[in-house]
Write a protein that binds this ligand. Structure first.
Ligand SMILES: C[S@@+](CC[C@H](N)C(=O)[O-])C[C@H]1O[C@@H](n2cnc3c(N)ncnc32)[C@H](O)[C@@H]1O
Length: 274
């Protein structure tokens, strides 16, 4: 797929490598998403929003859960991501996914009276996250359930033994998100805003892993490091020499015995609209 001028890019990009990375990320996170959705009561026949769906790997799983009598409304501003979702949807023979190409910073959401919404790694990237939360709330019926997986402490991402190059990378990533109007640790704000908007918070759960290189979870941050370094060079946040030095240092740590990866800390929130 070619990136077109019409595509509305964001800080991580919408290129083919990023689509593959998001697929891998979903494979690693899928068991936790399925578990959260089950605890949130997502089930057959419901209408659910996938807010900032990307290429829609979660939308496909959600469509299988709500089944033919339910509906997934998948929203993103990237045409490329929505086209990728459409291609996967056709492969799965699913006709219960509706996509909306819109900017979550600007547009009002479809007025759905939805039973629930899934928001993963999108509030960290929008410019006015509290406004977006208010608009997502309005798209839900009373009793509708919101489920979030968003970072609340990105800087927990490091290696043990510590690797300064890795910590440099993490700090440049956080700076680049903030420079484009986002907030990596947005999970710190969500519970307060949800209370203010009249939600009852049912679950607040930190999710963090500490894994050695052979563990499948390792592949998720590793993939982000590789696409992330290229993206940070393209955006002018890192020189290619620094990116190469970080990449080599990471490879040496990965090959060394006993290295552990501590993942960036995610907050799971499940909240019900009163
Ligand atoms: C890290 S990806 C996560 C995708 C998906 N939620 C997942 O978990 O695989 C962030 C997504 O947010 C979308 N996004 C960022 N800013 C947006 C905005 N202002 N309006 C709509 N979508 C936006 C991007 O296009 C991208 O698809």
């Amino acid at each position: 797929m070619k990136t077109t001028n019409q595509d509305r890019d964001y800080v991580l990009g919408t290129h083919d490598d990023e689509i593959s990375r998001l697929a891998l990320q979903h494979r690693v996170w899928r068991p936790r998403a399925l578990d959260a959705w089950r605890r949130a009561g997502f089930t057959a026949g419901q209408t659910l929003l996938d807010v900032g769906c990307g290429p829609g790997y979660a939308s496909i799983d959600l469509a299988e859960i709500v089944g033919p009598t339910g509906r997934i409304v998948a929203i993103d501003r990237s045409r490329r991501f929505l086209d990728a979702l459409e291609a996967i949807r056709l492969r799965h023979g699913l006709d219960n996914i509706v996509t909306h190409e819109l900017d979550l910073d600007e547009a009002s959401l479809p007025n759905l009276g939805a039973d629930g919404a899934w928001c993963r790694w999108v509030f960290a990237f929008v410019k006015r996250p509290r406004d977006l939360l208010a608009r997502v709330s309005e798209a839900l019926k009373r009793g509708g359930v919101l489920v979030f997986h968003e970072y609340f402490d990105y800087s927990t991402w490091r290696l043990a033994p510590r690797l300064p190059e890795m910590e440099e990378f993490v700090s440049v990533v956080m700076k680049s998100w903030r420079a484009s109007g986002g907030e990596p640790d947005i999970g710190l704000d969500l519970p307060r805003w949800l209370e203010e908007l009249g939600f009852e918070i049912k679950v607040l759960r930190p999710i963090i892993d500490i894994v050695p290189a052979p563990n499948f979870v390792w592949q998720w941050p590793k993939a982000f490091l590789h696409t992330g370094l290229r993206r940070l060079v393209d955006l002018g946040h890192l020189t290619s020499d620094r990116a190469l030095a970080i990449s080599h240092a990471f490879a040496a740590s990965e090959a060394a015995p006993h290295t552990l990866m501590i993942t960036p800390a995610v907050l799971e929130v499940i909240a019900v609209r009163r």
